[in-house]
Design a protein around this ligand. Sequence first.
Ligand code: ATP
Length: 367
Amino acid sequence: MTQPDLACTHLTKRFGDTTAVDDVSFEVPPGSFFSILGPSGCGKTTIMRMIAGFLAPSDGDIRIKGRSVLDVPPNKRPVNMVFQHLALFPMMNIADNIGYGLRRKGLPKPEITAKVGEVLERIGLPDIGTRRVEELSGGQKQRVAIARCMVLEPDVLLLDEPLGALDLKLREHMKIELKALQAAFDTTFVYITHDQSEALVMSDTVAVMNAGRFEQMGAARDLYYRPETAFVAGFVGDSNRWRGRVESVDGDALRLRSDSGLALLGSRHGRALSDGTTADIYVRPEAIRLGHTPGDVAHFDNRLSGTVTSLLFNGAASRILMRPDQGSEEIEVALPQSGEFAHLERGSAVHVGWSSDQGNCFAAEAG
Ligand code: ATP
């Protein structure tokens, strides 16, 4: 097997009584884009700071290209870090900003000029060397911040929510751009974010983190379609969630009576769940089909009739909320892009259906 660029084993960090990072192990293969996705306070930044060397682990090991770096000071580690606040030097031009680290290393001037020119080419901005920082757009500044790190040829580039300060439109654009830059440099990127769409779009592998631990690690599609824990099911993508009591289990299939009185069929997908357990069923809005008549959804094993309570227009991602005739909780349903249901309005009668294997069932978390 190829040696990973980065390997963390049993990484743990305690601050007094708080265990910020709790026995986390992962490997990042060379040239891949790895993201840690989780809510505020789950321990993402603490992992990054340990990899960068700003913080010593309480336990565990960090290896870069096979070598433990625990005894290596931050400025000697083969990693570099891009922060949300890019910290470019406003008094220097772009070429001097990018060459800063090389000058500190004492490289001869012609070599610095050549390396800076090369990296400017790589980021697709060959002619901006003499410009000032304030003359660049937000997206160009991002690219320069990455170039300033990449010119030092780190084995691993750490990115700490670098898109957080950008407006929505630019953030959308930079997601694609960052992925392209990572491929162009063929360097391992480790990216932390609480924004699932950033992690899902860019990463080869995403680790979903919660309360100091990795809940699940995998490709974006696996996290989305095959969440292994209730936290992942709830945190990644949108879902309808019903809590209730499991009434019967037959193989993977189960029947749950929701607290609001609905009889729902779902799947436990191999998880331990038995009769009488309090459980949650998660169903994605796009897994639910809309029909004009009960007959339109008759082939599904979950079927409900109800009334539209809200229209949530969002272009191709438009949805409705419907209240079922039996049971009180509203259900979020994706509107098909065919335009067939564009006429719906508040109060319209609708019929919905979904297949039981789209109902992902987990034992309810305590609390
Ligand atoms: P955010 O997205 O808000 O930056 P995060 O996932 O990066 O959050 P961390 O900053 O790693 O989370 O913090 C994880 C936990 O460790 C939090 O409970 C935080 O309060 C705690 N923590 C972090 N640094 C310290 C410290 N120096 N001393 C004490 N507790 C700390």
